[in-house]
Design a protein around this ligand. Structure first.
Ligand SMILES: [Zn+2]
Ligand SMILES: [Zn+2]
Length: 277
């Protein structure tokens, strides 16, 4: 059952953290800052709750969506697999595109996950926080999750700081309360910086049509190419526009909907530089 995916300490911790940040932002800090009944309070509450629900939706989609299973009928395309390889095409297909553990051929961009114990289409990485691999079918949900989590953390941090600055500490400030306010400020700051950095990294990967695994493979490929006096270019990096739309979809409004994946095909073949040349 897919619901078993939720029975994991990191997933439970991530869910608990989301609930905790939501609770303190709305019921402690907005309430203390301007009050939930005021127009500023209800506007901040509405925006924050909207972003938080999209964050939770992306989280659930990320946990529950199968990242991508190799079809049983999959047979490698010998010609395509030999692209950018100076080895014997057949040898290359058999050696690097065959998963010994699954005893099956791997499509391009597919990798075997040791945690999931199977091959994952367009595998990015295995994410503990969603107890799932981030692959072809749930990468968009994962990206939306870090996008909404970053926006929510920054919004929460601004609310905590605004509330702390305007509070009359000389009359109402007991030491434990002061510590709680400072701790919440530091927590939202740490979340904003961590999630913001992760978001920036994945924006870089999307605009270059790379996965985290391919980024590290690319470093080695670039080094090897340089040694032989050649230039390496990531074969799936077409153009910024094509790269973004292949991952998030052609409609910009749907980029922000984690369940909208109608633009995805089979996850087995991907257009390369050679196709567009
Ligand atoms: Zn495998
Ligand atoms: Zn995995």
């Amino acid at each position: 059952m897919k619901l078993k995916k939720f029975l994991s300490i990191p997933v439970f911790s991530a869910f608990f953290l989301m609930c905790f940040v939501y609770y303190i932002t709305v019921f402690v800090f907005i309430e203390d800052w301007v009050g939930l009944q005021t127009s500023a309070g209800s506007l901040n509450n509405a925006i924050f709750s909207f972003v938080a629900s999209l964050c939770l939706l992306s989280f659930l989609v990320g946990v529950l969506t199968d990242p991508g299973r190799v079809p049983l009928s999959y047979i490698p395309d010998v010609e395509a697999s030999s692209f950018a390889s100076d080895q014997d095409p057949k040898k290359n297909v058999l050696q690097s595109k065959y998963c010994d553990k699954c005893a099956a051929y791997k499509p391009p961009r597919t990798h075997h996950c040791r945690v999931c114990k199977r091959c994952i289409l367009r595998m990015d990485h295995h994410c503990l926080w969603i107890n799932n691999c981030v692959g072809y079918w749930n990468y968009k949900a994962f990206f939306d999750l870090i996008l909404y989590a970053t926006i929510g953390s920054i919004h929460s941090m601004v609310i905590v700081i605004s509330c702390t600055r305007q509070k009359d500490w000389s009359n109402s400030g007991t030491t434990p309360l002061k510590i709680f306010y400072v701790a919440c400020g530091l927590m939202t700051l740490a979340l904003s910086v961590t999630l913001g950095t992760l978001l920036g990294w994945h924006i870089y990967l999307i605009t270059h049509n790379m996965t985290t695994i391919e980024y590290y493979e690319g470093i080695r490929a670039t080094w090897l190419a340089k040694k032989s006096g050649l230039n390496y270019r990531h074969p799936f990096n077409l153009s910024v526009h094509k790269n973004i739309t292949s991952v998030l979809g052609p409609n910009i409004l749907k980029w922000f909907c984690p369940t909208s994946t109608s633009h995805l095909k089979d996850g087995v073949s991907f257009p390369t530089l050679r196709d567009s040349a």
